[in-house]
Design a protein around this ligand. Structure first.
Ligand code: FAD
Ligand code: NAI
Length: 482
């Protein structure tokens, strides 16, 4: 079979690229090799074992935590609330399956050929790339003038550890624990560590997070990470920064399920020069991710990788090979689903000869803890380091009527604008539903808005967005409610 475009990988980068390429009139195939429960499942990490299932569990666990601790003040009481973990996981799996079949539906609607199996470059014949597909041992070859690589990433582990997804877990196992572990340890206080730690803490685990870096959540604005840290600790998460992980032993050497349920994992670590030991029932390892390039045939066709193993691309996602592009987690830049999708769109459009743009500075970040964290643009530290003069407006959710009604009035919005031009340079949020509030400022920044532009826009009352409005007003020292 011959195509105009073959996309390798059906995650949020690949499937979106395939749809956009098809909209632009190309004959498109998308090949994906992800297998779940013995069946191929489109959607990549994001849908199967990432963004979507984690948010489903975050919501279920938040509902349980609110019923257990917070609903009393609304006058709603419930003695001895229970959580049925099997049902919670089934709900999560339903959401995943529904969305995965939704992608197949979109492929059919857009006349995209859905191919299953592991794809690799086999060579190039007269300008056409030959892609070999291994579908559970059955081999076939397709050809295409253009190839978009969207193979995503996999969890990184530690050299002394073997992930078994029974007791020592990566993101996949962390999203599928059949019961609430009494003692849960997480290595890595990054995005996965904090989100998964929140889920299992809310459900009743004692959670300890061990983090190598001295600084908590170093990528976020410091004021925001301090606020998040304070609140997570208040919720009972034990977070230890600046630790060095040593030997880890798991007494679960026998295969019986009974043994697996009663495993004891011992983690030796160094903290402030002292040797410590932590014993837990389950261990989640969340120390970052590595690009999926193994088995892709990169060496066969001379596809260049960078020094960290990512596929080397230019600013427009071109690889070193003619008409071969790469997007998403397998290339440089933040490992975020919306970044992958946007790159998919712009690459499809570039294949069609269009000239779309992509601005890394306006890629929003969200962490779905409680309180949520969201940001876009430069942090205060980055502006200081680059000697850019800025003004700052900070407004709190504390007295916001909508936040009070929700029973969640923790946090603030911080807006940073250029001292000279007033252009918004960065916005940092911690608080209720900031995952939704961040979009307004992303739009504003894409339109190169000033803080005054936002200050002069009418925001509905009562709404959480009034806090963004107040932060914009505060940039000019004219906050009304602060
Ligand atoms: P992937 O989603 O990894 O998809 C790549 C696909 O290609 C996979 O199906 C893979 O099996 C397949 N593949 C690989 N090699 C081959 C091959 N040779 N042949 C055929 N198929 C192949 N991001 C957010 O923006 N928001 C979130 O809330 C969020 N939450 C997350 C939570 C967790 C627990 C994790 C692990 C990640 C989360 N992410 C989140 C990150 C997000 O999942 C990734 O950034 C995103 O999935 C990357 O998309 P992608 O298309 O590049 O790759
Ligand atoms: P991460 O990069 O966010 O965090 C990994 C953490 O592990 C870092 O803080 C790092 O310092 C620490 N670490 C590394 N080696 C260590 C060691 N030996 N001992 C102790 N700590 C160590 O990576 P994570 O959490 O695995 O997530 C991967 C990516 O997935 C994220 O970077 C993000 O791009 C994406 N993601 C996005 C989400 C969202 O958008 N809400 C949610 C979850 C994941």
């Amino acid at each position: 079979m011959d195509f105009d475009v073959v996309v390798i990988g059906g995650g949020p980068g690949g499937y979106v690229a395939a749809i956009r390429a098809s909209q632009l009139g190309f004959k498109v195939a998308c090949v994906d090799g992800y297998i779940k429960g013995g069946k191929y499942s489109l959607g990549g990490t994001c849908l199967n074992v990432g963004c979507i299932p984690s948010k489903a569990l975050l919501q279920s666990s938040e509902n349980y935590a609110q019923l257990s601790h917070d609903f009393g003040e609304h006058g709603i009481t419930c003695t001895n609330p229970q959580i049925d973990i099997a049902k919670m996981l089934a709900r999560k799996n339903n959401i995943v399956n529904k969305n995965a079949s939704g992608i197949s539906f979109l492929f059919k609607k857009n006349k995209i050929t859905e191919l299953h199996g592991w794809a690799s470059f086999a060579g190039n014949n007269d300008g056409k790339w030959q892609i070999s597909i291994d579908d559970k041992g059955s081999l076939s070859t397709v050809s295409a003038a253009n190839v978009i690589i969207a193979t995503g990433s996999s969890p990184r582990s530690l050299p002394q550890l073997k992930i078994d997804n029974k007791n020592i877990l990566d993101n996949e196992g962390a999203l599928d624990l059949p019961s609430v572990p009494k003692e849960l340890c997480i290595i890595g206080a990054g995005v996965i560590g904090l989100e998964m730690g929140s889920v299992w803490k809310r459900l009743g685990s004692n959670v300890t997070v061990l983090e190598a870096m001295d600084k908590f959540l170093g990528a976020a604005d410091e004021q925001v990470s301090k606020e998040l840290y304070k609140n997570l600790v208040k919720q009972g998460l034990v977070i230890k920064n600046g630790v060095k992980i040593g030997d880890i032993s798991d007494n679960n050497n026998e295969k019986s399920e009974q043994k697996a349920q009663n495993a004891q994992i011992t983690i030796n670590y160094e903290e402030n020069g002292q040797q410590n030991k932590l014993v837990c029932d389950k261990l989640i390892v969340a120390v970052g991710r590595v690009p999926n390039t193994n088995g892709l045939g990169a060496d066969i066709v001379g596809l260049k990788l960078d020094e960290r193993g990512f596929i080397a691309v230019d600013d427009e996602c071109r690889t070193n090979l003619a008409n071969v592009w790469a997007i998403g987690d397998c290339v440089r830049g933040p490992m975020l689903a919306h970044k992958a999708s946007e790159e998919g769109i712009i690459v499809a459009e570039r294949v069609a000869g269009q000239h779309p743009h992509f601005d890394f500075n306006t890629v929003p970040w969200v962490i779905y803890t409680n309180p949520e964290v969201a940001w876009v643009g430069k942090t205060e530290q980055q502006l200081k380091d680059s000697s850019i003069a800025y003004k700052k407006g900070v407004a709190s959710f504390m007295a916001n009527g909508r936040a009070l009604g929700l029973g969640n009035n923790i946090g603030f919005v911080k807006m940073l604008a250029c001292s000279e031009t007033d252009r918004i340079l960065g916005v940092h949020m911690v608080g209720p539903f900031v995952s939704e509030l961040i979009s307004e400022v992303v739009v504003a920044m894409e339109f190169m808005a000033s803080s005054e532009d936002l200050a002069r826009i009418i925001h509905a009352h009562p709404s959480l967005s009034e806090v963004t409005h107040e932060a914009a007003l505060a940039c000019d020292n004219r906050q009304l409610h602060g």
